[in-house]
Design a protein. Structure first.
Length: 404
């Protein structure tokens, strides 16, 4: 990928004071997230690469824990929500469509559509339970006063649903969700605290955040029952600002949708439904907030978009371009996550500063000397690794070892 083709690359050149900004401010100042219309975030190619890393990692964890991936439409019939009286509570937040789609709306929730979908197939056998599904989706709710990424009118995340035949099975599904969240948060370098209701049937994950819209006292776990003090660990400040990144609880309106389970004794019961979710656009800001050093952002390997930056040094010639293309292709063929900094008007120092700030650990530099010797120069974000020269035949191996 050529850096010159990145539409917001001029905004990504690091500036003085950026390390004092919050993760959300970096996302906005660098153009990773922008708003053409208030409340509706647009993600740049670089931000989308980060989100794709989140999705890929999260998808693998979901499959490990028995969650099947589904995809439901972003447009729902409003009547689906009326059965559970949800439309009465949130009707002022709906994005309703007009003729010829009057009666339809952009999805604000996912539980009701899933239940309508399940009901189409008749009663579920007890042998099928637990049923666990997930999907990546945008949800839409009208917010009168938008506040950047953390309080927008569309929000991107991963939602989970479980159907269980008893409370013990529901708690097991909730525990699977909890395990997924904690693996993801640890892999992405996001610090968190866990709040659980005293009956352990509701859970929320909070992360310290300057723009946070949540305090411990606001947690869904606290609202449902008295908070267990032991769940706070060493953090006991109820007024600190946090971002809610994930939560899970029991959905109480299953009976309104006629979904039933055939029991072993030929009777039927109403299943217990869990609804869980992870806010991925909030996780994006949390990664930018909590993964940094004195040079810039230090992405964990699980989420890092690029492991290598390749560029030319000195005057650009046909020979240097051809040799750089050859090295670039060698790395692409070796499945190395690489970007080619081919920007005109940028000095080598500015290109190295770019690589430093965006956490790219290895830089392949090709100048007249390298073209003449048919080798490449390797520089590293960690200065202690020094500068190395290597031939093309061993380039992929050397870089792979350097990043391991």
């Amino acid at each position: 990928m050529r850096l010159s083709g990145l539409i917001n690359v001029h905004s990504m050149q690091p500036k003085d004071g950026w390390l004092k900004l919050s993760g959300a401010e970096i996302a906005m100042r660098s153009g990773l997230v922008s708003f053409v219309d208030a409340g509706f975030p647009c993600f740049s190619p670089f931000a989308q690469m980060l989100l794709t890393r989140f999705e890929d990692f999260l998808r693998r964890e979901c499959h490990k824990h028995g969650f099947w991936e589904i995809k439901v439409p972003v447009v729902h019939r409003e009547a689906h929500l009326e059965a559970a009286s949800i439309s009465d509570a949130y009707k002022d937040q709906f994005f309703r469509l007009s003729d010829p789609l009057r009666g339809f709306m952009l999805s604000a929730t996912s539980e009701e559509y899933f239940l309508k979908h399940i009901h189409m197939f008749g009663a579920i056998s007890y042998r099928q339970l637990p049923i666990r599904v997930f999907q990546f989706q945008d949800a839409f709710r009208f917010v009168k006063r938008c506040e950047g990424v953390y309080k927008s009118r569309s929000f991107y995340g991963c939602v989970f649903t479980s159907l269980d035949n008893n409370i013990s099975s529901y708690l097991a599904s909730l525990n699977c969700f909890s395990q997924i969240v904690e693996v993801v948060m640890n892999a992405f370098g996001i610090p968190f605290i866990v709040l659980r209701s005293t009956s352990n049937d509701a859970i929320e994950y909070l992360s310290p955040c300057p723009e946070g819209d949540r305090s411990i006292a606001d947690s869904i776990a606290v609202k449902q029952e008295e908070l267990e003090k032991s769940s706070l660990g060493s953090r006991n400040g109820f007024e600190e600002k946090y971002a809610s990144l994930a939560m899970g609880y029991e959905y109480k309106s299953v009976a309104h949708y006629g979904v039933t389970v055939e029991t072993q004794g030929s009777g039927t019961i109403t299943p217990i439904m869990g609804t869980f979710g992870i806010g991925l656009q909030r996780c994006l800001c949390a990664v930018l907030q909590h993964n940094r050093d004195n040079k810039g952002l230090s992405f964990p390997p699980t989420v890092r978009p690029w492991n290598v930056l390749i560029t030319q040094a000195g005057a650009e010639t046909n020979a240097s371009v051809l040799f750089t293309q050859k090295a670039y292709k060698r790395l692409i063929d070796g499945n190395v996550a690489i970007v080619w900094d081919d920007r005109h008007g940028k000095t080598l120092k500015e290109k190295m500063q770019f690589a430093d700030f965006w956490g790219i650990p290895v830089r392949v530099v090709i100048g007249p000397k390298e073209v003449s010797s048919q080798t490449v120069e390797l520089r590293f974000r960690e200065k202690a690794k020094g500068i190395k020269n290597t031939e093309l035949d061993s380039l992929v191996e050397v870089i792979t070892n350097a990043n391991s």
